[in-house]
Design a protein around this ligand. Structure first.
Ligand code: NAD
Length: 250
């Protein structure tokens, strides 16, 4: 098993790609902290994992809240004694907002998508450093590299921030044996918070821009994250991995 004896905290793990990561990581032997604001869904993911003889716990975490982050990392340590892997996956879409320059939406997108990742690293890195190493994977997007229509500009800005704060932290903590990388999914099943980009016509138009001609499946991103979390990626840090069916190569 690729994550035997590892402890992983995954935010946004109640749904979508994060839930897929939680199941796959547990199947590879990790003890998983499923962290999310969605309690029922998160507990459902934990139940699935334990039914399959895996180890997992749910922790209710709003990633924009600094005090909650500290408590979540403390809870992971109390339950499992260590923290080897952090996946910052929680996120909000920018495609449900009408005004693409709405200031309140900017603040919310930056709070969850960028500040949430920053805070996760703030509390996980000292623990990993004391343990002698770790792996952090931050979920950005193709929107962190390029622009598109119909999405609040704050979504792209927040995902671009994830890309560069990943590189900055990787540079600063390479010597601590903490590897920090970003993953950039392309067109995936809609997010819970998606608006216009969940519309079938809009999706069909977006699909025409994907060289592979189809949307990605959550497990295709989860498996890329698994690779970066595992020892197979032992010399990879500060990198960005596009999982987008070729979208960014066009
Ligand atoms: P999703 O909506 O199914 O999952 C996102 C999860 O984040 C949800 O469980 C939600 O409850 C949680 N979340 C939202 N705000 C939170 C907060 N403040 N604190 C804690 N948890 C919170 O969407 P998904 O498609 O699985 O998205 C996962 C990640 O991938 C996100 O960061 C998203 O921006 C990114 N992404 C998605 C797509 C896509 O097309 N779906 C494409 C590229 C990148």
């Amino acid at each position: 098993m690729r994550l035997e004896n590892k402890v992983a905290l995954i935010t946004g793990a109640a749904s979508g790609m994060g839930a897929s990561m939680a199941r796959i990581f547990a199947g590879e032997g990790a003890k998983v902290v499923v962290a999310d604001v969605l309690e029922d869904e998160g507990k459902g993911v934990v139940a699935d994992i334990t039914r399959a003889n895996g180890a997992a716990m749910f922790y209710r975490l709003d990633v924009a809240d600094e005090a909650q982050w500290k408590a979540a990392v403390d809870a992971a340590l109390a339950a499992y004694n260590r923290l080897d892997i952090l996946v910052n996956d929680a996120g909000l879409s920018g495609s449900a907002v009408e005004d693409l320059f709405d200031a309140a939406a900017w603040d919310r997108l930056m709070a969850v998508n960028a500040r949430g990742v920053f805070l996760g690293m703030k509390f996980a890195i000292p623990v990993m450093k004391a343990q002698g190493g770790g792996a952090i994977i931050n979920i950005s997007s193709i929107s962190g590299i390029t622009g598109q229509h119909g999405v609040h500009v704050g979504y792209n800005a927040s995902k671009g921030a994830v890309r560069t704060l990943t590189k900055a932290a990787a540079v600063q903590h390479g010597a601590d044996n903490i590897r920090i990388n970003s993953v950039h999914p392309g067109l995936m099943p809609p997010m819970r918070s998606s608006g216009r980009t969940a519309d079938p016509e809009v999706r069909a138009a977006m699909l025409r821009q994907v060289p592979m001609g189809r949307a990605g499946r959550p497990e295709e991103v989860a498996n890329a994250v698994l690779f970066l979390a595992s020892e197979e990626a032992s010399y990879i840090t500060g990198a960005e991995l596009w999982v987008d069916g070729g979208y960014l190569a066009t």
